[in-house]
Design a binder for this molecule. Structure first.
Ligand SMILES: [Mg+2]
Length: 277
């Protein structure tokens, strides 16, 4: 199964819009975790247009799939996605990181389409476990997705959740790893080396798969295989590039957080537009 040319074009267009929104939001707010946002900008379009059962008309419908962004600092990318999908007005994006604005720097459940407020790392997967358990007890068919970062995978609470989910066979739970191998202060392998990640997860009772997180056909191909194995929680390790799409940000941990000058914004926008042609 592949995305059709029209579906792929839609996903590429949404990725461009997400990147454009994020750059403008971080420029206007003079703050934000832009490297983290750009890292997942090719995954979110596939997830939100082809995989998740969610509706902007009824964001709280009981049968919806749940999506938790554990790396809540990169939340502007999800907010841009939700706005483009009609969960709230696009002009809210202009209030990101502004005093009395609608959108805070870290993602908040007060926004339609956001399940859980996150920011401190290591919180998303434990909550996703609770949601997966609740769904199992209710015999509900929805799935629970949680996107985590390298930094999340350093947190002990994430590994407690991984052990618990594997032990209880929660195959309605999906962990998506935005595995850019950089975090706030440097390379992940120099801070806490997670490699090899897939075999570690398999040892904890998960089914795990590696995929290119910037090839949207590969992202789709991985996501439609869910659950990867009946009776096991699934992990897809998306290999990504922090700051993807902007040459002076790519693979540079110094772009974990910060504002953009007018010159930087214009250069970055030009690069993402040209890459999308
Ligand atoms: Mg990272």
């Amino acid at each position: 199964m592949k995305l059709t040319e029209a579906e792929l074009a839609e996903c590429r267009d949404l990725a461009l819009k997400i990147r454009r929104h994020c750059l403008n939001m971080v420029h206007k707010g003079q703050s934000g975790h832009i490297g983290s946002m750009l890292s997942m900008a090719d995954i979110l379009p596939v997830l939100y247009t082809k995989i998740l059962n969610v509706s902007p008309k009824e964001p709280k419908m009981p049968e919806r799939d749940r999506f938790i962004l554990s790396k809540g600092h990169g939340g502007a990318a999800v907010l841009a996605t939700l706005a483009e999908r009609g969960f709230f007005p696009l002009d809210w994006l202009g209030t990101y990181y502004q005093d009395a604005g609608k959108l805070s720097g870290h993602i908040s459940h007060h926004i339609p389409g956001v399940e859980f407020s996150t920011g401190s790392l290591g919180h998303g997967l434990p909550v996703a476990c609770g949601m997966a358990l609740a769904a199992k007890r209710d015999k509900a068919l929805h799935r629970v997705f949680c996107m985590v970062s390298d930094g999340d995978c350093d947190a002990g609470s994430t590994w407690e959740a991984i052990m618990l989910a594997g032990q209880h066979h929660w195959d309605n739970l999906v962990m998506l790893v935005d595995y850019n191998q950089l975090q706030a202060l440097g390379g992940s392998k120099d801070i806490i080396n997670l490699n090899p990640l897939a075999p570690k997860l398999e040892q904890f009772g998960w089914a795990a798969l590696d995929a290119d997180g910037h090839d949207q056909q590969a992202v789709y191909k991985a996501l439609i295989r869910l659950p990867l194995c009946a009776g096991k929680p699934s992990a897809i390790i998306f290999h990504t590039i922090k700051g993807k799409g902007v040459s002076f940000m790519e693979n540079n941990y110094k772009w974990h957080y910060g504002g953009l000058t007018d010159t930087m914004l214009n250069r970055a926008l030009k690069e993402v537009e040209e890459a999308a042609l």
